[in-house]
Design a binder for this molecule. Structure first.
Ligand SMILES: Cc1cc2nc3c(=O)[nH]c(=O)nc-3n(C[C@H](O)[C@H](O)[C@H](O)COP(=O)(O)OP(=O)(O)OC[C@H]3O[C@@H](n4cnc5c(N)ncnc54)[C@H](O)[C@@H]3O)c2cc1C
Length: 459
């Protein structure tokens, strides 16, 4: 097991991070490069979060690129990666406070709880006609995994993707969900004809081209297909965002949204029903068999429901994909769906001056770029203004990028102004390192990040 004695030879700042994916890894690298001992607790075996379990697996190039970036961040010698450890369950938040020598705790645990579908009583049918996005995409990404022995290794919940399913949503994730449905339906239909086409190939080529390559057409396969139901207009879908508030930008973005839906229809044979608000479950026996919708329209910029427009949509499967929020964490207050932040700019949690949120936790939703930029901003503030770490000799971890230069610049000012948080004394550091090593033993980790990933590679 890795010897940590070198870490307690002199006082050092210590930061703990909950979650090792895009935002956690980025913050960890920023801290580690400033000489801060950074302990990253990750609930899973691997740290990739939504990159491995959220992005559908056809994003093969993006995934490899992001895996490599996270790996580089987490292999820094000042980072102590602690896998298979759930903060709030295996380790309470209260044990990660300043009295233990940990100056700050960063919450980079993402948004893994599906926002509940606002249809009274519908949640009683989860697994019986209703599915939620997060576990469904996790299943899609892993259900064909094989272990090192070549045997199937997936043991989570399973889904049967039925023809005629509907998806309720409207954001980018819901677009991926309906694509998953069609890729899987057509793949199964091809397989039934003895033709095996990989997921990535179907997504990259699109369904009509894939079928044509095998001398088939969509009509011949007789698949009815899935529909995405969105409460507003197609041109309002949050799948693209204007760069500013100008009418030109808005018009341009609306055009991009409409184009995206056209591409969905042409390349993936998906239908989108706009201006439909889900109202009530349709139930037969023990199963959900669709939803009642009411039509809506925009009047003077406001969404209004149209009286008398209720209609039933029968479907063998309803998938809810209306957004994800952070899981509750014992000891962290909530405000609505998010944690209760005292300051959105620094990510500081109300009532816990040493705890900060970042990435999806703070932004509520977002993408890889936003998560990474947010992590840089929050860690830049933390290092310079909260810990008061100024510009000093660096540890040779490479050239400063612009965010780190900014953070370092603020550090120079901070050296004069901000409060310098106390460093952990060698005895505290030693105790923390011993706790880390005890946890490593418990989860079977030897302290070598690269070796761990070689032994536990992603699929
Ligand atoms: C279907 C889908 C498609 C998407 N497609 C794109 C796309 O094409 N492009 C794009 O840019 N973005 C996309 N995104 C969004 C993007 O994946 C996320 O915004 C980004 O990866 C979030 O990074 P994060 O580090 O903030 O959070 P996460 O990736 O969620 O990381 C959180 C980490 O914390 C860990 N964790 C959680 N709770 C605990 C705990 N209690 N203790 C210890 N560890 C914990 C998790 O295991 C995870 O590793 C998509 C998202 C979804 C769901």
């Amino acid at each position: 097991m890795r010897d940590l004695a070198g870490l307690w030879s002199e006082p050092r700042h210590v930061v703990a991070i909950c979650g090792g994916a895009v935002s956690g890894a980025e913050a960890a690298a920023a801290c580690a490069r400033r000489g801060i001992v950074t302990i990253v607790f990750e609930q899973n075996t691997r740290p990739y979060g939504k990159i491995e379990d959220g992005l559908p697996r056809w994003h093969d190039k993006l995934r490899s690129q992001e895996y490599a970036r996270i790996d580089e961040c987490l292999s820094h010698p000042n980072v102590l990666f602690v896998p298979r450890t759930v903060i709030g369950r295996d380790l309470p938040i209260a044990e990660l406070g300043p009295d233990t020598g940990i100056a700050a705790l960063l919450l980079a645990n993402g948004a893994w709880r599906d926002r509940p579908l606002p249809v009274p009583g519908v949640d009683a049918y989860v697994g019986r006609g209703l599915a939620y996005q997060n576990p469904l995409v996790h299943w899609f990404n892993h259900y064909e995994d094989r272990g090192r022995d070549g045997q199937p290794s997936y043991d989570g919940p399973r889904y049967e993707l039925l023809d005629g399913a509907i998806v309720v949503g409207g954001g980018l994730a819901s677009v991926d969900v309906i694509k998953i449905l069609h890729v899987e339906l057509y793949r199964a239909a091809l397989r039934a004809r003895g033709i095996d086409v990989p997921v990535v190939e179907i997504e990259h080529q699109g369904i009509p081209k894939t079928l044509a390559a095998h001398g088939l057409s969509a009509e011949e396969l007789g698949i009815a297909g899935a529909t995405l139901y969105y409460r507003r207009r197609v041109r309002d879908m949050p799948v693209a965002f204007p760069k500013d508030d100008s009418p030109e930008q808005l018009a341009k973005t609306e055009g991009v949204r409409e184009k995206l839906v056209q591409v969905l229809a042409q390349k993936f044979l998906v239908r989108v029903a706009e201006c439909r608000i889900p109202l009530a479950p349709i139930v037969e026996g023990e199963r959900l068999l669709g939803l009642r919708f009411r039509k809506s329209e925009l009047q003077n910029g406001k969404l209004v429901e149209i009286p008398g427009s209720d209609h039933d949509v029968r479907a063998p499967l309803v998938i809810s994909s209306i957004g994800s929020v952070p899981e509750p964490l014992d000891g962290i207050g909530r405000k609505g769906e998010l944690y209760d932040f005292a300051d959105m700019k620094t990510g500081q949690v109300r009532g816990l001056s040493h705890v900060f949120g970042l990435g999806n936790v703070l932004t509520g939703q977002g993408n890889i770029k936003d998560s990474r930029e947010n992590a840089r901003e929050i860690s830049g503030h933390l290092i310079a203004d909260y810990l008061g770490v100024g510009v000093g000799p660096r540890d040779g971890a490479g050239v400063l990028d612009s965010a780190h230069v900014q953070a370092a610049g603020r550090g120079e000012q901070a050296a004069g102004g901000a409060q310098q948080r106390p460093k952990a004394a060698p005895a505290q550091l030693r105790e923390l390192c011993e706790r880390v090593r005890a946890r490593w033993s418990a989860v079977g980790y030897e302290g070598d990040y690269r070796a761990w990933l070689l032994a536990n590679p992603p699929s």
